[in-house]
Design a protein around this ligand. Structure first.
Ligand code: IPE
Ligand code: IPE
Ligand code: MG
Length: 244
């Protein structure tokens, strides 16, 4: 039986390698980030064109605060500019912009800008663009536990009611399906605290390409590889059914 080609609904990307891209060119790291932001813009637009339902981009992790203050400040500034520059595009392309992560603690300017764009695009019905900002998978799980404990304390949830479905509703990604495909650029074979709960059955695609060199063609390649995978979710190969 020929397998029908299933298109990934939700793609998550760990955009890694900006620093190495710059170093290879003897440029300051921030130039890599600048270029990386332009690539993110292109990939967002291409994803809309492909009809992807949800795109989740890892932009800043809870561990990235360990970087020099100048680099962190530059990254925040870049994001602020990106939002100012592209809010019109979000509307035009019917994109719903969301943030996952603890973004309430970010600098005032960027927080306001984020709130503005989230509010302005909340009724859009096209692709959901999730930006992971000050995001950590472990922190997300701890936050969910704290919220659930609060609900149990005030009697709104009985402990017996806690199951996977309920837990999922307390994550930053509530309401969204898990990623079908996780892409990581720049050759590192790890998840770096990204979407720990949500990737339990996600297909992984790693490429050595550095994020600033990543192109729409590379995205298509990743999708093609995904389409050749057989997802079994713990079950058995379909061809084997009936031959027990
Ligand atoms: C990814 O590129 C961007 C962020 C983490 C914000 P890096 O800055 O991690 O680039 P490398 O890994 O040093 O090359
Ligand atoms: C992961 O990349 C975070 C983002 C892409 C935002 P890092 O560069 O921070 O990950 P490690 O340190 O190599 O694991
Ligand atoms: Mg990196």
């Amino acid at each position: 039986m020929k397998k029908e080609k299933i298109f990934p609904q939700h793609i998550a990307i760990i955009m890694d390698g900006n620093g190495r891209w710059a170093r290879k060119r003897r440029l300051p790291r921030i130039m890599g980030h600048r270029r990386g932001t332009e690539v993110a813009f292109k990939i967002v637009q291409f994803s809309v064109k492909l009809g992807i339902k949800i795109l989740t981009l890892y932009a800043f992790s809870t561990e990235n605060w360990k970087r020099p203050k100048e680099e962190v400040d530059f990254l925040m500034g870049l994001l602020e500019d990106y939002l100012a520059k592209h809010r019109g595009m979000f509307q035009k392309q019917n994109i719903r912009f969301q943030v996952i992560g603890n973004w309430e603690v970010l600098p005032f300017g960027i927080k306001n800008r984020l709130r503005e764009v989230i509010e302005a695009t909340k009724n859009n019905t096209g692709m959901v663009l999730n930006i992971a900002l000050n995001y950590g998978g472990r922190m997300e799980i701890i936050d969910a536990v704290k919220k659930i404990v609060g609900e149990v304390r005030n009697g709104r949830i009985a402990p017996e009611e806690i199951n996977e479905g309920l837990f999922t509703n307390f994550l930053y990604t509530r309401g969204l399906p898990d990623p079908d495909l996780l892409i990581r650029t720049a050759g590192e074979l790890r998840v770096s605290n990204f979407l720990l709960w949500q990737i339990s059955y996600t297909e992984f695609y790693f490429t050595k390409k550095l994020w600033p060199d990543f192109t729409p063609k590379d995205l298509q390649r990743a999708i093609r590889v995904f389409q050749k995978r057989e997802r079994r979710f713990g079950g058995i190969k379909r061809d084997y059914e009936g031959s027990l």
